[in-house]
Structure formats: structure tokens, C-alpha cells
Design a binder for this molecule. Structure first.
Ligand SMILES: Cc1cc2nc3c(=O)[nH]c(=O)nc-3n(C[C@H](O)[C@H](O)[C@H](O)COP(=O)(O)OP(=O)(O)OC[C@H]3O[C@@H](n4cnc5c(N)ncnc54)[C@H](O)[C@@H]3O)c2cc1C
Length: 479
């Protein structure tokens, strides 16, 4: 299902890479993080190529609600406690600077993308203490913030922390207007990186520096990002016949609804869960029920869902991919706040690549937890499991398949073996292996999206077995 931004998506198609090329920097992934980084590097005089597996901004970026804010839930009080004041200050300043950068880009480049300066609110229905502590912490970090009891929300709250001078926009219109002159290759999936060679299906790119901006990093070793982050999915409805609101709202601990206006529409988000943990389904229906309760006359224009990576300490990984790969860089783990985080990534990575100091790099340093040694055994184990995968596949007898209801899917066990089965509304059966080709985890059926989702790392596949979301690089084996 396409998001509100894709309703008028009209970015010109770009040709796939057909022959070997040589550049200063190869950026892998044309989402917000990859595009912003590539534009900055090109503007610093470097020869840049962007390699995109599908279409520009066709990943998580098209599923965002596009609030540009340094308010990433109520996080600063906790961040000061766990990371210390200095690092929390770096995080806050980096994200405040990111908002300024968007404002400046939109102004000086005259980008027509529905950019609007708006306040952001983190609300709570019952936790006044968290709100008061957060307002205090944000002020200490020089954010223009305050506690307020006044909101525009259509349900009772004890109050909210208000951040002034934040913003919202249409991300696809923004991207369309900044990519002029950038060399982008669409439908060009990168299969591997070997030293300075970036290998795609048809050709190679030789690059002095390489940026992995693929949302979930696809190189497992080194880096071991699969041990340091998981993915969470959220659902969004675009509604009309709803009063417009000025602010952008999020529940302080990320457990309630997200709201913002976009023109005549209200974007209502929520019903989130860890990817691969939605076997009961009903997320869209819960959100629809809430929409009707909150906005009686509302009418649904479109709905979509998307997922983002959450690191174990809640801070994105931006910087060198691993200690052993000095010319390879990464930007991931944006915790559903990738508009400001992508801008932060572009600032840090363009400085690192051009040999400049960056005042924010330390807090985002990807090697802050060194897993390179301890993870080797785990990686070897999972590789072995993947090797044995195809040998375990088997056929299910017709009698077992008859019992499955139309429109339903799930994992079935037969003679001690497991298989993913979906029966469509016409009674046609689709059977796939439920072992994820990424690291061999067992997939879960997601009835809301009719997809097979990995609870460990968040890869997703449609019921045919085709790949939808990484880090897996290929589809499921059909049985
Ligand atoms: C429901 C939801 C709402 C959100 N709302 C907000 C919000 O209001 N504000 C905010 O700040 N953030 C928000 N976010 C987060 C934000 O949308 C994301 O963090 C951000 O879009 C991620 O951008 P990206 O460039 O890292 O990833 P993507 O946009 O996914 O781009 C990565 C690209 O890499 C490509 N790729 C992957 N593997 C390969 C490969 N091997 N070779 C070549 N290309 C490859 C993909 O096709 C994709 O196009 C939200 C997230 C969700 C899920």
C-alpha cells in the first residue's frame, strides 16, 4: 500500500548501472540518508554515484510521517542519565542543527515541499513526572522547550512537552528537488562490497569511499549490526474531514498515537509492534477504530505501514562501518526519527569522508559497543544453519492444506518440519520456506500485510516469497 506521499510521486526513472565505473564515493541506498549524503558530497566537489536496489525514496522514506524534529519521544532526561550530559548535548545539538539545515536548504534552494515550521509535542495521558523531567532536561540542553497543559489533542492528557521551531514537510517532493545533477542508478542492487569494489548484478563500481545507507546494513560481517538493532513496524492512516492541527504530536514513551496535519489531511499513526510479532493481526483495524472514536466524521484516504531500526541504546549508528574497514561508512538505527537523523548522517559522513572534524560524531560512533570479536562464533553458527536450509524443505499433503481457511496464512508443522502456507481468497495455495535467508531465523505470518516477517532482524517477504524489506538480500524458497 502506498503512502500519502506516493499519491503524487513523479520522480523521473533513472537507468540501472550497466557497465563498470569509477567514482570518489559510492552511496548505496537512495532513501533520505543516502540522498542527503550524496548531495552534500557532490557539492564538496567529489564524484558520487548512488546505487539503489529499487526506486529513489521507495524504502522507509516513502512511509514516514515526515516530522522534522529533535523531539524523539521524551528521551533527553533518560539520555542525560545514561550517556551523560555531554553526549546528550551532542545528540540534541545535532538534531536541532538538522532542522536548521532543512530550513536553510528549503529557503536557499527554493524547494517547494510543503515545508512548515511547527511545534512538536510529546504528550502523556497520565505521566506528569516524565513530562516535567523531560521539559527540564530539554531546556538544560538549550532546546526551546516547555511543559504545557494546553494541546489540540482530541483526547484527555495531563499535558505535553512542547518543542518550538520544529518543522514538517513532504519528503518525496523535497527529494525530487535536490537530486538534479546527482548520478543515481535505480534497480541496481548491491550484492557485496569487496575492498573498494562495489558489486552489483550487472557491473562493478570502484570507489575510494563507500557509504552503506540501505536502512538496515546488508553486510553482516564485519559490523555485526544484526546483533545490535531490531526493527519495529507502525501503521498510518491519512484521514480527511478532520480538523487541522498546528502541532505535531507523539506519545512521550512511543506507546500511543502520532498525529500531524498535511494540508487537509490528518496523518494518524500507531499500533506499532516489533517486526515479526503480529501473528494476531488487526493493527489497521485498531487504528481505524481509534480514528472513528477520535474524529467521528473522518474518511480514510489511504493507509500504509513501515518499519525502522532501533539500536540497543536508542542512538543511531553513523560513522565508520567497522574498525577494520576505514573507507566504508554506515548510517542506520534511526528509531523512526530518520528525517532529522538522515540530515545528521549527511553532515557527519560528509565531514568524515572529506577529512573534517565533526562536532557530533562521537555520540553516533558505530563502534561504541565492540562486538567484532564476540560475534564471530554466532555468525559462523548462523551461516551453517543457512547452508542446511534447502535440505529441510518438504511437500505438505493435500489433506493438510484443505484445512486452511481462505485469506489466511501461517506456519504449519508436518512430521516435525515447518513450512509457511498462505491460501488466497480463490483457494490458491502458496507455500514457502519459513527460514529467513538472512540469518536463518524462523519467519512469522503478518495477517495485516499478508507477509512473512522476521522477528529477529525485520526482513519481510510477500506471500509468494518475494523480498520486501532488508536485511535479507533474496526472496524465500518456494516449496
Ligand atoms: C511509520 C513510520 C513513521 C515515521 N515517521 C517519521 C517522522 O515523522 N519523522 C522522522 O524523522 N522519521 C520518521 N520515521 C523514520 C524515517 O522515515 C526513516 O528513519 C528514514 O526514512 C530512513 O531513511 P533511510 O534512507 O535510512 O532508509 P530508506 O528510505 O529505507 O532507504 C534505504 C534505501 O536503500 C535501498 N537498498 C537496500 N538494500 C540495498 C542494496 N543492497 N543495494 C542497493 N540499494 C539498497 C532500499 O531500496 C532503500 O531505497 C518514520 C518511520 C516509520 C516506520
Amino acid at each position: 500500500m502506498g503512502s500519502i506521499w506516493t499519491m503524487d510521486f513523479d520522480i523521473e526513472p533513472h537507468e540501472p548501472l550497466q557497465e563498470d565505473i569509477s567514482v570518489d564515493v559510492a552511496v548505496i541506498g537512495a532513501g533520505m540518508a543516502g540522498i542527503l549524503t550524496a548531495v552534500r558530497l557532490q557539492e564538496r566537489g567529489l564524484k558520487v554515484a548512488v546505487l539503489e536496489a529499487n526506486r529513489i525514496a521507495g524504502g522507509v522514506t516513502q512511509g514516514t510521517t515526515a516530522k522534522i524534529t529533535s523531539q524523539h519521544y521524551a528521551q533527553y532526561n533518560k539520555m542525560i542519565e545514561t550517556l551523560g550530559f555531554e553526549k546528550a548535548q551532542q545528540y540534541a545539538s545535532a538534531n536541532e542543527k538538522a532542522i536548521e539545515e532543512y530550513r536553510e536548504w528549503v529557503g536557499t534552494r527554493q524547494i517547494d515541499c510543503n515545508f512548515e515550521n511547527r511545534p512538536a509535542y510529546a504528550y502523556s495521558k497520565d505521566d506528569m513526572t516524565t513530562l516535567l523531567q523531560e521539559a527540564e532536561a530539554a531546556k538544560r540542553l538549550n532546546i526551546d522547550a516547555q511543559f504545557t497543559a494546553v494541546t489540540e489533542l482530541p483526547f484527555p492528557v495531563v499535558g505535553a512537552v512542547k518543542f518550538n521551531n520544529q518543522a514538517q514537510f513532504n519528503p518525496l517532493k523535497f527529494i525530487k528537488q535536490i537530486i538534479g545533477g546527482l548520478k543515481i542508478y535505480e534497480h541496481t542492487m548491491v550484492r557485496s562490497v569487496e575492498g573498494h569494489e562495489v558489486i552489483t548484478d550487472r557491473a562493478k563500481v570502484h570507489a575510494e569511499k563507500i557509504v552503506v545507507a540501505t536502512h538496515y546494513p546488508f553486510i553482516n560481517v564485519p559490523g555485526y549490526y544484526f546483533l545490535r538493532q531490531h526493527q519495529e513496524r507502525s501503521y498510518v492512516l491519512a484521514l480527511k474531514n478532520v480538523p487541522s492541527i498546528e502541532g505535531m504530536y507523539i506519545e512521550a514513551l512511543g506507546k500511543g498515537y502520532s498525529l500531524r496535519s498535511y494540508g487537509e489531511y490528518m496523518l494518524l499513526g500507531g499500533a506499532g509492534h516489533r517486526t515479526g510479532e503480529n501473528s494476531a493481526g488487526g493493527c489497521y483495524n485498531r487504528l481505524r477504530k481509534a480514528a472513528k472514536e477520535l474524529f467521528y466524521n473522518c474518511e480514510e484516504v489511504c493507509c500504509w505501514s513501515a518499519q525502522d531500526c532501533i539500536t540497543t541504546d536508542g542512538i543511531p549508528f553513523i560513522g565508520n562501518y567497522s574498525m577494520s574497514t576505514p573507507d566504508l561508512y554506515v548510517a542506520t538505527g534511526f528509531k523512526k526519527w530518520g528525517m532529522s537523523s538522515s540530515m545528521v548522517a549527511s553532515m557527519i559522513l560528509s565531514d568524515l569522508i572529506t577529512g573534517k572534524e565533526n562536532p557530533y560524531a562521537e555520540v553516533f560512533y558505530p563502534q561504541r559497543m565492540n562486538l567484532e570479536l564476540s560475534a564471530k562464533g554466532y555468525a559462523e553458527e548462523t551461516r551453517q544453519a543457512v547452508k542446511g536450509l534447502t535440505r529441510r524443505l518438504f511437500k505438505v499433503p493435500e489433506a493438510v492444506l484443505k484445512d486452511i481457511e481462505r485469506g489466511h496464512g501461517g506456519v504449519i508443522e508436518h512430521e516435525g518440519e515447518k513450512l509457511g502456507v498462505y491460501k488466497d481468497d480463490d483457494g490458491k495455495i502458496f507455500t514457502v520456506s519459513v527460514k529467513c535467508p538472512h540469518l536463518s531465523c524462523e519467519l512469522e505470518w503478518n495477517p495485516d500485510e499478508k507477509s512473512w516477517d522476521c522477528p529477529c532482524h525485520g526482513s519481510r517477504f510477500d506471500f509468494h516469497g518475494n523480498l520486501i524489506d532488508n536485511p535479507a538480500m533474496e526472496g524465500l524458497e518456494q516449496v
